[in-house]
Design a protein around this ligand. Structure first.
Ligand code: NAI
Length: 332
């Protein structure tokens, strides 16, 4: 009787049974992200990988009563962690300390992401890869270059996770406007660092904010991460809000893979929008589908001020992207 019940409860339909691997699962983001993914009913197999500590996190999370198996993997088990993954989420790497920009993390995180991308290309070349490790503007191109070098690059399956900027935009707009943040939908485009983060407030209900209020709001959305870095005072950057953002984005990617309709999230992808100007990757609204990226939406109507912000973002993005590409060329 017991086994019958167990069999029934575990028989998810194929369309809703996915393996998700988290690389860096024992970290500040990795742990709460793993917990939130355990609560996602589309995840039936959760693989938690880290240099150390993943089996402990896995044992802990595995006691949450949802229909997924959770396993922890150490460095000598990365092949097993990745094999058959549908989605790979990468929050591995060092976070910022006060006074640091995301670009200051490049030297350490570039090689971490390159090595994890190599493993992903070898063991799960068809998985959707969701990059959280900073600087996202450079780490996403690093993954692309590694996959290209191994002949398995699929631009529809590579995403830089910019969802935290979207979450912050909703929250901060609501604080200024006195509205419910749950209902505030703000499209954030460009990239994921400082001035490359461009919230499109003109496309919300709040287009008539006075210039000072608008500029302060945009600045807060662009540099909101610094508030957390400063408040944590050397202990790292956003982890809990980032876990929520990562779980939401991974959930949307899974919704897309499962064939659900109208799943749209802003994300940093290999994008045609500004390729002619040398910007290979750009964040804009993307409809997610069974193959990953389904439609990359253009930016829509922008205010003159937003046009200026996008222009400024492009210059920084070009150099951030080049830095990632060059890194892989010089350190294959
Ligand atoms: P953390 O230091 O708490 O955790 C990082 C984890 O990665 C550690 O458990 C570490 O052992 C693991 N790790 C390092 N190298 C690894 C490797 N080669 N293979 C597997 N695991 C490895 O850092 P936290 O706070 O979790 O941040 C992680 C990254 O996420 C940082 O790069 C940070 O800048 C970035 N981040 C990105 C955000 C975004 O919006 N995309 C927001 C906040 C942070």
């Amino acid at each position: 009787m017991l086994s019958k019940v167990a069999t029934r409860s575990f028989s998810s339909s194929a369309a809703n049974a996915y393996k998700v691997a988290v690389l860096g699962a024992a970290g500040g983001i990795g742990q709460p992200l793993s917990l939130l993914l355990k609560l996602n009913h589309k995840v039936t197999d959760l693989a938690l990988y880290d240099l150390r500590g993943a089996p402990g996190v896995a044992a802990d999370v595995s006691h949450v009563p949802t229909n997924s198996t959770v396993k922890g993997y150490n460095p000598d088990q990365i092949e097993a962690a990745l094999t058959n993954s549908d989605v790979i989420v990468i929050p591995a790497g060092v976070p910022r300390k006060p006074g640091m920009t995301r670009d200051d993390l490049f030297n350490t995180n570039a090689s971490i992401v390159r090595d994890l991308a190599k493993a992903a290309a070898d063991y799960a070349p068809n998985a959707a890869v969701l990059v959280i490790s900073n600087p996202v503007n450079s780490t996403v191109p690093i993954v692309a270059e590694v996959f290209k070098s191994k002949g398995v690059y699929n631009p529809k399956k590579l995403f830089g996770v910019t969802t935290l900027d979207v979450l912050r935009a909703s929250r901060f707009v609501s604080e200024v406007a006195g509205t419910n943040p749950v209902h505030e939908k703000v499209t954030v485009v460009g990239g994921h660092s400082g001035i490359t983060i461009v919230p499109l407030l003109s496309q919300t209900e709040h287009k008539s904010l006075d210039t000072e209020t608008r500029d302060a709001l945009i600045h807060r959305i662009q540099f909101g991460g610094d508030e957390v870095v400063q408040a944590k005072d050397g202990a790292g950057s956003a982890t809990l809000s980032m876990a929520q953002a990562g779980a939401r984005f991974a959930g949307s990617v899974l919704d897309g893979l499962a064939g659900e309709k109208d799943v749209v999230e802003p994300t940093f992808v290999d994008s045609p929008l500004f390729k002619s100007e040398g910007v290979e990757f750009f964040s804009s609204k993307v409809t997610l589908g069974a193959e990953g990226v389904k439609t990359i939406h253009n930016l829509g109507e922008l205010s003159d001020h937003e046009e200026e912000l996008v222009k400024g973002a492009k210059d920084t993005l070009i150099s951030n992207i080049k830095k990632g590409v060059e890194f892989v060329k010089q350190n294959p």
